[in-house]
Design a binder for this molecule. Structure first.
Ligand SMILES: Cc1cc2nc3c(=O)[nH]c(=O)nc-3n(C[C@H](O)[C@H](O)[C@H](O)COP(=O)(O)OP(=O)(O)OC[C@H]3O[C@@H](n4cnc5c(N)ncnc54)[C@H](O)[C@@H]3O)c2cc1C
Length: 301
């Protein structure tokens, strides 16, 4: 379904006109692109719009989404509204090698920004289709680095519409988690401490990381990234591979043949068949090695 097939309805919220899209294909909301349309999506163009919305709505009535690269969404979820922040809703600020970037910025745009200004640090995340807000909320990490290593402050809108900056300690970063897993606060911007560097070197390191990722992960497929968190002292991918599931196909869903902790939508996969596959993998691995895998992917059920 094309973008034009979803309807746009304007609403007025505390003097601001906000456009709501209705019946939005999930292929536009998540990188797994499972089947179905989602009832309502609001893309905010400013922090003031987020604040007006949050102060006026029950936190249980909406779901915050970034680029959907770690999300599996039920089109008939009990929550019927998804809210997101546009990539250009927040003005970029730069002070030496410290930058403030909007949470709606995609990793691709952040990489372009870093090359343009000769700033190093975030190359490890190059090639991932995520937003800065989702990376903060998930404490994105790989190859021994986490996004929290670079964060010095986070601007949020809280449940009552209050806008403020919080510290990394307040954010309670852990392994693929943060306070944003428990508090319905929207990350609107983050301050990152990067390193001055030659722009060409930054670009070369990014391209090397993208090549490395493309060799190890199904970057071109419809996938949501790591299915499960790594259990204590082990790797989820190894547990899945040891159970004989690497490359296994369940009709429209498959465990990637290039990385066993990635699930691929072969086309037209539904939310429920994908959930069944996730549960199958968990129980097969449990029987094989006794390890209980915990989901990393966030479900909107
Ligand atoms: C090909 C591929 C490779 C990947 N590689 C990695 C990897 O190496 N390391 C890794 O850690 N992850 C990886 N991922 C997973 C994913 O990219 C990360 O988890 C990323 O941080 C999610 O960002 P997002 O904007 O897509 O978040 P979404 O999927 O949109 O949301 C994820 C969670 O964050 C919350 N959230 C999103 N935006 C905000 C916001 N502004 N404010 C508050 N909460 C918010 C959502 O409510 C949800 O709970 C990969 C994914 C893919 C598809």
């Amino acid at each position: 379904m094309s973008l034009s097939s979803s309807h746009r309805n304007p609403i007025q919220l505390k003097g601001k006109i906000i456009l709501i899209r209705e019946q939005v294909p999930l292929s536009q909301l998540t990188t797994f692109q499972n089947d179905g349309v989602f009832p309502r999506v609001i893309d905010f163009e400013s922090i003031a719009e987020v604040a007006a919305f949050m102060s006026d709505h029950d936190p249980e009535s909406f779901h915050i989404l970034g680029r959907g690269s770690n999300s599996l969404i039920n089109p008939d979820a009990s929550v019927q509204t998804v809210i997101r922040l546009n990539h250009d809703a927040v003005q970029e600020e730069i002070n030496g090698s410290t930058v403030r970037l909007g949470a709606g910025m995609t990793m691709n745009r952040i990489q372009e920004f870093a090359v343009r200004h000769g700033l190093a640090g975030l190359e490890f995340a190059a090639g991932v289709p995520a937003s800065l807000g989702g990376m903060v909320a998930m404490n994105f990490g790989c190859w021994g680095r986490s996004v929290s290593d670079f964060i010095s402050a986070i601007q949020i809108v809280d449940q009552s519409g209050g806008v403020r900056w919080i510290t990394p300690d307040d954010a309670q970063f852990g392994y693929r988690k943060s306070i944003f897993s428990r508090q319905k606060w929207m990350v609107c911007a983050a301050e990152l401490r990067l390193e001055p560097a030659d722009p060409d070197d930054v670009k070369l390191r990014m391209l090397a990381r993208i090549r490395e990722r493309a060799q190890k992960q199904p970057l071109k497929d419809k996938t949501f990234g790591s299915i499960f968190k790594n259990p204590e002292g082990a790797f989820a991918a190894q547990c899945i591979e040891a159970a004989g599931l690497k490359g296994k196909v369940w009709n429209r869903v498959e465990v990637s043949a290039s990385h066993a902790n990635f699930l691929v939508n072969r086309g037209g996969a539904t939310y429920f068949e994908t959930i069944e596959v996730l549960h199958d993998i968990q129980s097969i691995v449990q029987n094989d090695s006794g390890i209980q895998l915990e989901m990393e992917v966030k479900l909107l059920s």
